[in-house]
Design a protein around this ligand. Sequence first.
Ligand code: SAM
Length: 275
Amino acid sequence: MTALGVSQDDKAELTDAVFRRVARLAKDNWGLNLEDGKRPLVTARLWKRVVASGAGDFPTYVGKVEDGDQVECDHFISALTTNVTHFFREQHHFDFLESAILPGFRGRGPLRVWSAGCSSGQEPYSIAASIRAVLGASADARILATDVDPDILERAQKAVYAKSETSFPNPALETRIFDKKQSAKHRHVRENIVNLVTFRRLNLIQPWPISGRFDVIFCRNVAIYFDKPTQASLWAQFAAHLNPGGFLFIGHSERIETPAAIGLSPAGITTYQKH
Ligand SMILES: C[S@@+](CC[C@H](N)C(=O)[O-])C[C@H]1O[C@@H](n2cnc3c(N)ncnc32)[C@H](O)[C@@H]1O
């Protein structure tokens, strides 16, 4: 207990009222839907920032974020996002990309792909590996990879992964990303894959500074953290940013309720094509 009767445990507790302030900030600024069941996780993740920022307690810390302190806003969003990903995740999307989409771009370009919510880079690098496999060294293609979390983007841009954190659906896919001769603990993604990808910070629930349209958009396992109206508006915006005939891939537990209403038709498992 301190002289004021406040124990360390009291300070580390996220009360109902302060949790509601955190949830409001996360929803209004980044679209994240924090239900009460997530309170223990949110408490643990943000407490580290309460200490590191010198705020000392949750109300003071949350006040900093509410006041728009840029450094703390960046840490806040990094602490709250879930960045789970892996190379060739939901491999059927890559099979579809390679068999049904990329052959149509042989000798034709430029192919424009967007990986929205790219996390630590495994998704855009897998897309790049598919492009190299089908279109070869002279592929006329660009991949835009965006995420809201500045820390994870920095990791993605380094293109270096510990052997222990890289799992692949099969060994042949692994050699597409990494040179087998690289036995080091930390392996660098092949240069001809890295150079197809451009990383940018972008918050999907704020206006997008994006011009032109895409042939393929991946936005997988991102909208799941948003509420239904935010998801619906996101799907409509993606549809508007696709070229006619372009494709949208979404995550395995996500769904577009009325694709026809936004100009999309189902084209496979969690895959949609623009009319
Ligand atoms: C679970 S990961 C998905 C990574 C990859 N798409 C995949 O399926 O493996 C979700 C990513 O969405 C990002 N994210 C969450 N809210 C976002 C927002 N408002 N704008 C952009 N990205 C966001 C997170 O930072 C995180 O890296």
